[in-house]
Every structure is written in C-alpha cells, then in structure tokens.
Ligand binder design. Structure first.
Ligand code: PMV
Length: 366
C-alpha cells in the first residue's frame, strides 16, 4: 500500500455525510482486438465520468444502487458467517447487471482484509454501507463504463473503510490509502473473474488516467514520450454512440480470434502505432485513425452505420475510427479547430440519427 496517510475526509458538502468519488471512462485510440493477442494498443482516459457516493448504514447490510440500470441489491452482513460467505461468493451466481460492482466490493474487502493489520478482525473491517453510482456515459458501448464503475466502487469502499478503521483502531500505523496501481490490480481481478479472458486495457486506463500503451497485457509508464503525450492533450475528440451493439465483447473477441487473417492485420495495426508514436501533426493522426479503422473493417467488426459515421468524421473532421470491440457501439472522430466544421459534423450526425454525441478530452488522474 502507498505510504501516504489515509486522511479519511468526508468530502460530501451536504448533510448526508457521504463520501464522493469519480472515475473517468476510456477510449481505445488504436489497437483494439490486437491487444488481446499481445500486440500494442493505445488507450486514453476521458473526462466522461462515473460518479459515486457511499455512506454508512445503521442496518447490517451492504446496499448497492445502480441508478442508470435501475437496479438495487442488498447483501446481509449481520453475522461473521454471512461476511465470510460474501467474501468467497461465486460472482457468476449474481445477476449480470450488478455483477461488476458486487465483485468490486468483494475484491476490495478481500484485498483490505489481506493487507491490513492481521490483528484486525473481519467484523471490525466491514461496516454496513450504501453505495450509489451514476455514469455520464451510456453503458455497454465500448467506453469502459464497467471499468469506471468498478474503479469508483473500489475508491469509495477503500476510502470509507479506511476512515472507519482509523476511527476504530487509532493509533493504527498500518492502514494507508490504496495506490492507483493497487486499484488497477483489484479492478483487473474483477474483469478477469467475470469475463475470463480480458486485457488490462480498460481497468488500467481508467485507474492510471492519461494515455497508455499496453503491450503483452502489460503497461509501461515510460513507453510513450512526453512530446507525444503533450500533442495528444491538444487533440479534441467527438465520441459518437452510433448504435446499440449487436454482439457482446466476448463474442466479438472470439470471432476475431478465429479470423485466419488476424495476425497479418494485427501486425499492420502495430505498424500504424509505431508511426503514431512519433506523430505530432493532427492531419497525420487523423489519417492513421482511418487506416486503423479500415483494418478493423477487414476483421468484420464494423457496421454500415459506423462506416457512415467514419465518412462524416473524415469529411468534417480530421479522421475517425470505431473504438472498442465493435459490432455497433461507438466511434471517435478527431476534430479540427474550426467550430463551423464541428457544427456541420454534428448536424450531419443528427441526420443519420446516432444515439449520442459527446465531446471529450484526455483525463488525468490527480
Ligand atoms: O469492451 P470494449 O468495447 O471496451 O472492447 C474491449 C477491447 C478489446 O480489445 C476488443 C477487448 C480487450 O479486452 O482488450
């Protein structure tokens, strides 16, 4: 655990005595699917966030309230046996919509339990609470809303229990806050437990913030040079939620995995990323996006409507590509600096009835 002391502040400025937290979502700028086979990908945290609150409860329960999905769940933690059952819960027995958040609570509690003072009894660690989440992005469309909800949950639970531990066990020298890397690891453990096969892309991107290169399912903070990162900070993107996905990420990953041309295509995507890393020109950046998109088209994961959006993005912006697993979902467009072009672009996107349009920039974790 990180060695800066846990301050246990209750951030909520209302009377509710809750703690507030937020986490970014993400876009994959280049290299989706290729990353699953160990090829590089470039992903970026974006300033569309999941917001959450947590507050202590009197009743011996954990309550979860997912506002966007209209879902509520209660977990009994009255007895030590109930707590232990929850900590060893088989997550796949839970309803799919709340799985990610429940698993994030479980894995955070387990992590804290394993990493705090061994003299702390599990009953002292866990306090009843109510956790509520709300996302600025649509869910299940490739913007990392699950990873963002998972990370917000980890932040909230560790913050509440951390402050509780200090209150109950002072003087405690052992409890400190979780680092971004620890939170990324817990978040990835959640995705792996639920999905089986997953790359670290979503969870590490939302946890570390900024822009990341992932290769061989690892991330090296020194892989991207500062000049390139500074250049990307000057880029403005439009995210277009084009249409609902017809297939889930896991199905699309499997389909692409069976494509006989995949290695040839993934190598070409790798070459695009190599060029990208020395790019500091928006026109070139936009062209590289379109090249990556055309390779994704060869993998049959684009749709007619996404391709229409890519054409509009290339005409009124500097370039575009689908982002995420495909089969519907979202596209990203690199904007130029002319506000008239942006207006024309948005008008034309509305004409083809896309489901949502969001402007975004890189999000940096503080
Ligand atoms: O689920 P999405 O749309 O965020 O896509 C994930 C990106 C993939 O490369 C297709 C899968 C992965 O685990 O990296």
């Amino acid at each position: 655990m990180k060695n800066n002391d846990f301050n246990g502040n209750h951030d909520c400025n209302s009377d509710c005595n809750c703690i507030l937290e937020q986490s970014p979502s993400k876009i994959i700028l280049f290299g989706e699917h290729a990353v699953v086979d160990g090829y590089p990908a470039i992903s970026m945290a974006i300033d569309l966030k999941t917001h959450g609150t947590i507050k202590k409860l009197e009743s011996k329960k954990i309550k979860v309230n997912l506002e966007d999905l209209n879902e509520e769940i209660e977990i009994n933690i009255e007895t030590e046996e109930e707590i232990r059952n929850f900590l060893s819960l088989d997550i796949n027995t839970i309803d799919k919509n709340v799985k990610y958040v429940v698993c994030a609570i479980k894995n955070t509690l387990n992590y804290l339990n394993e990493n705090t003072n061994p003299d702390v009894n599990i009953n002292d660690l866990i306090v009843p609470f109510e956790l509520t989440l709300h996302s600025e992005t649509p869910v299940s469309c490739g913007l990392g809303s699950s990873a963002s909800a998972v990370l917000t949950t980890i932040k909230l639970v560790s913050k509440l229990l951390g402050s509780e531990l200090l209150v109950r066990l002072l003087p405690s020298e052992d409890f400190t806050s979780l680092s971004n890397l620890e939170m990324a690891e817990i978040a990835y453990s959640v995705e792996k437990e639920i999905q089986g096969r997953a790359s670290i892309t979503d969870t590490y991107t939302v946890s570390m913030g900024g822009i990341l290169e992932i290769t061989n399912n690892e991330y090296d903070p020194n892989n991207l040079n500062n000049k390139f990162v500074e250049f990307i900070k000057t880029c403005n993107f439009l995210i277009v939620y084009v249409e609902e996905r017809s297939r889930k990420t896991a199905e699309l990953v499997q389909e692409v995995g069976n494509n006989s041309k995949k290695d040839e295509i993934f190598s070409k995507i790798g070459e695009i990323i190599l060029k990208l890393k020395t790019c500091n020109d928006k026109v070139e950046f936009g062209n590289l996006m379109v090249q990556n998109h055309n390779l994704l088209k060869e993998l049959n994961i684009s749709t007619e409507k996404i391709d229409q959006v890519i054409e509009l993005g290339s005409k009124y912006g500097l370039g575009a590509k689908l982002t995420g697993a495909g089969g519907g979902g979202c596209a990203i467009i690199l904007l130029d600096d002319d506000s008239l072009h942006k207006k024309e672009l948005i008008d034309n996107l509305k004409k083809i009835s896309v489901k949502g349009i969001f402007e975004c920039k890189m999000y940096l974790e503080s």
